[in-house]
Design a protein around this ligand. Structure first.
Ligand code: AHR
Length: 333
């Protein structure tokens, strides 16, 4: 008996430790601060799955969401998926298990969400898409999509270029740095830009590769473009960060960014705006990351069972060098 008693204490400690690890394990996925299960304290709990931390835009978006949740009194369970769809699916499943009140996420890619969205729907948990959308045919799988019109951003970038090059008598060689493959902003910005530049047959995309929305990706792919193509007149980067990475490659190749190569980007984060004000970039189509306040309002409405519009488009503008100089002192991100 005495022997059994001495063995049972460590066994019990191990069992307690195992159950603690098991409960902790439910929340563990990607880089998360998801905490435990949802409590019935009248407070709305939102499970949010973020794409990652790939760009200045994303960092500003995460800050906006965290600050707005705190200001709105919404308990936020946040998970950083590190640019992996499988991590987002795991996080969403964890939120379903934890019985959160609302799930919101920014899908890293457009396709492949139907199964997990159906699981959320079957569990009676409303889903809000923010920043990026999905290509699901069944629109009842989510309540609303809050975010930019990425096709329009690409089109505005292309229209500006068409105007700049309207007197060009020969070919204008364009290289394109795309966002991560399969992402809505990569697909849509490419489409909008391509449609706009079709207005002038002199404008030709001679190379187009993903740089994954990161500075490192932008730099590396731009180096390849410069090696493979003698004459590059224009760079269209799907975000500021890739454009900023490309600046390093262009300068290292002995060219002057903004002069030898016209540079057009999307986002208008502070570093991008600084490059535009300095004449290293030539034009930016804005994409606003400040989605937090609208997202929290929508979460409250959806939780209360109110109808919300199926699509809420973010209001945005464009910037030239002069406009960037004016806007920079008040730019918050
Ligand atoms: O989905 C928005 C895009 O994702 C931003 O343009 C880019 O910077 C980010 O990584």
């Amino acid at each position: 008996m005495g022997k059994m008693r001495t063995q049972s204490a460590p066994w019990r400690a191990a069992a307690v430790l195992a159950s603690v690890l098991l409960v902790g394990g439910v929340a563990a996925c990607g880089n998360s601060d998801t905490g435990g299960g949802s409590k019935d304290d009248g407070k709305i709990t939102m499970g949010f799955s973020q794409v990652g931390a790939e760009s200045g835009w994303r960092t500003a978006n995460t800050t906006s969401i965290k600050e707005s949740a705190a200001a709105a009194g919404i308990e936020l369970k946040f998970d950083d998926a590190q640019q992996k769809q499988e991590n987002q699916i795991k996080a969403i499943r964890n939120y379903i298990q934890q019985k959160v009140d609302v799930i919101a996420f920014s899908p890293v890619v457009e396709s492949g969400w139907d199964t997990v969205l159906k699981e959320a729907k079957d569990a009676g948990i409303p889903v809000i898409l923010t920043d990026r959308s999905v290509d699901s045919a069944d629109k009842s799988l989510y309540k609303t999509f809050l975010g930019s019109d990425f096709v329009k951003e690409g089109r505005l970038a292309g229209e500006w270029l068409v105007e700049q090059k309207k007197t060009a008598s020969g070919p204008v060689n364009i290289v394109e740095l795309q966002g991560n493959t399969g992402a809505a902003p990569a697909n849509d910005r490419k489409k909008g830009f391509g449609e706009a530049i079709a207005a002038n047959p002199n404008l030709k995309i001679i190379a187009s590769q993903p740089g994954d929305f990161t500075r490192a990706g932008g730099k590396q792919v731009m180096e390849q473009f410069l090696k493979a193509n003698k004459q590059i007149d224009v760079l269209f980067a799907h975000n500021d960060d890739m454009g900023l990475g490309a600046l390093e490659a262009i300068t290292a190749a002995g060219k002057v960014p903004g002069k030898d190569i016209t540079i057009i980007t999307v986002d208008a984060v502070k570093d991008g705006m600084q490059a535009l004000a300095d004449g290293k970039f030539n034009f930016i189509a804005e994409c606003s990351p400040l989605l937090g306040p609208q997202l929290m309002d929508l979460a409250k409405k959806v939780h209360a069972g109110e109808e919300v519009p199926a699509r809420i488009e973010t209001q945005e503008t464009t910037f030239t060098t002069e406009q960037a100089k004016e806007a920079l002192p008040n730019r918050k991100y």
